[in-house]
Design a protein around this ligand. Structure first.
Ligand code: XIL
Length: 555
């Protein structure tokens, strides 16, 4: 076990420095984009109640809850503490050890208390209860001595209880992070608010940091009175949102051109449609959509270059790495080359992560597609590199390249797994410009909350990526989502995009309810009936339309 290898160091560190350390001590400076300090910004944490700070004239703040780790003096025998999930182990040189372990919320309320007794200085597991997300305080009273210190739980991850930062173990009662926590080290969200500015939510990986640098975006939330979706999305000069719809070549209604300025071909650019047999490319119906969109001044996103579905069997039956790499490269280059800069963006990789269920829970892993099986997860950075190199060397430097997936729009196993992977792929140089949240809400996919969509969007944009809502529909079949909830989601999530300057597009997966893919998709619980999942029915605007329009107008 890794733990033993550092416990020696920990004991040493405890003898070295038993001084008090703050539970929360965050300081830094807030500036606005383009430079300049921002005064009177309120700084709070999402997971820790009861503390806030305000920036001074030079934009500086200190957020400190005055709570300190307390150790008995260095002369008494130290304890070491180890957390494994929710199990706390206490070790001591003393033979008899008994006492109480209590958990306090960050506001000082006692949440729970567990008595323990042990012999031979070796501890059995003391089971800690589920805690509220964010920072909690641990207090251990044993053999007449009291130890207190910070203890935190990663948001919505009840199974992962952590000691705080491993970098200053001497101050942390000997608790430290597990390897799993290291991989995805976000512990909380620092919120900076100032009226006239878009709130900034910054993921933080430690409660102790002295030189945070935060840039606020100078967006004044304009209220607009636009009367079409595309006009509402363009009503703020400093944050333009493209409004899109998926369309099949067989049905290109005038209504789509009135309301939308962005198009995704629903099926016509998928691998089976453009390269059904090896090297025989056919672009007829895709070209029809492209020329229709161009005539109507609409931008176009290509969908999609590398995906396990709608993939011809001549590709899925390839058995060697070199051949698949060559085939993938040729496909990407030929398809991108055909449409060239008529397209503004491409979904380069679609749906490369799987879980036990489509709602994104359980056993998140790389999907065992032919691409993953033969090329490993490297197929993703590689596909992006092929696409970027081709675009840049063919005068398409402004082409945006996206990773697109379902059930990644809010907190769940799949989105957490993707967070970690995207960070790794970016670090390895994958030229990813943005993430498409398909946002198929309801059966067969997940049902998020507005707040978790916001937090998740903030996560990606704080990595410097754009985000898009790329295939939005909200399915009422199966009564998993009520129509009231549907309206709330359409308004709330639209507002989330409006409030995040790096949310660049919202695309609905179809115009009219009657044409929704969900109506005939197994798993949607529709069985042929209408999913009622879109903004129009037979060309008429629905209440869902009004919610989205109001959200875009900042109302
Ligand atoms: C769907 C189309 O809408 C259907 O017409 C087709 O039969 C199956 O694919 N995620 C995606 C889209 O990325 O390409 C899918 O589109 C819907 C789910």
């Amino acid at each position: 076990m890794k733990w033993y290898s550092i416990s020696v160091f920990m004991i040493f560190a405890l003898f070295q420095s038993l001084s008090a350390a703050p539970a929360v001590s965050l300081s830094g400076t807030v500036t606005k984009s383009g430079g300049g300090a921002v005064k009177d910004v309120t700084v709070t944490l999402a997971g820790v109640g009861g503390i806030s700070a305000t920036t001074d004239a030079s934009g500086k703040f200190t957020l400190d809850n005055g709570l300190t780790s307390i150790m008995p003096s260095a002369q008494t025998q130290p304890l070491t503490f180890h957390l494994n999930g929710k199990e706390l182990f206490i070790q001591s040189a003393e033979k008899e050890l008994s006492g109480t372990v209590s958990i306090y919320s960050s506001e000082g309320k006692r949440v729970s208390s567990v008595d323990f007794k042990q012999t031979n200085g070796a501890s059995g597991a003391i089971l800690l209860p589920a805690l509220s997300a964010g920072l909690n305080l641990l207090k251990i009273t044993t053999n007449g001595r009291t130890y207190t210190g910070p203890l935190l739980q990663l948001p919505n991850q009840s199974a992962r209880l952590q000691g705080t930062s491993s970098t200053s173990m001497s101050n942390q009662l000997g608790l430290f992070r597990s390897t799993a926590a290291m991989a995805d080290a976000i512990v909380d969200t620092l919120i900076t608010k100032k009226s006239g500015f878009t709130d900034k939510r910054t993921p933080i990986s430690s409660y102790i940091s002295s030189n945070l640098s935060i840039t606020m975006d100078s967006i004044v939330m304009a209220t607009c009175n636009a009367t079409t979706l595309k006009a509402a999305g363009s009503c703020r000069s400093n944050h333009q949102i493209l409004l899109g719809t998926a369309l099949p070549a067989s049905n290109l209604p005038a209504l789509a051109a009135q309301e939308f300025n962005f198009v995704t071909p629903e099926n016509e650019m998928k691998w089976d449609a453009v390269e059904g047999s090896e090297g025989n490319f056919s672009f007829g119906s895709a070209d029809n959509i492209v020329s229709w969109a161009q005539q109507n001044n609409m931008k176009i996103k290509g969908h999609c270059l590398v995906w396990h579905n709608q993939l011809p069997s001549w590709v899925s039956s390839i058995t060697t790495r070199d051949r698949l790499l060559a085939v993938m490269k040729k496909h990407i280059e030929t398809v991108m080359g055909h449409f060239g800069s008529k397209l503004a963006a491409w979904d380069v990789v679609n749906e490369s992560i799987s879980t036990d269920s489509d709602v994104g829970t359980g056993n998140a892993q790389m999907r065992p597609s032919v691409f993953y099986k033969l090329l490993g997860e490297d197929f993703i950075p590689t596909a992006f590199k092929y696409a970027r190199d081709y675009a840049d060397s063919h005068n398409m430097q402004s082409m945006k390249l996206y990773y697109n997936d379902y059930s990644i729009d809010a907190d769940n196993d799949k989105s957490r797994f993707l967070h970690t992977k995207i960070k790794q792929w970016l670090a390895a140089g994958a030229p990813i410009d943005g993430i498409g949240f398909q946002m198929h809400i309801g059966p067969p996919n997940n049902i998020p909350t507005v707040q978790s969509v916001k937090d998740n969007m903030d996560y990606y944009t704080s990595l410097g990526l754009d985000v898009l809502i790329s295939e939005w529909d909200i399915n009422l079949c199966g009564s998993k989502v009520t129509s009231a909830q549907q309206l709330e989601f359409f308004h709330g999530i639209t507002s989330v995009c409006v409030n995040n300057p790096k949310c660049t597009a919202i695309t609905f997966w179809g115009v009219n309810d009657g044409n929704s893919w969900l109506n005939g998709f197994s798993g949607s619980l529709c069985n042929g009936s209408s999913s009622q999942s879109l903004l129009f029915n037979n060309g008429q605007k629905k209440p869902t339309y009004t919610e989205v329009l109001n959200g875009l107008n900042g109302k």
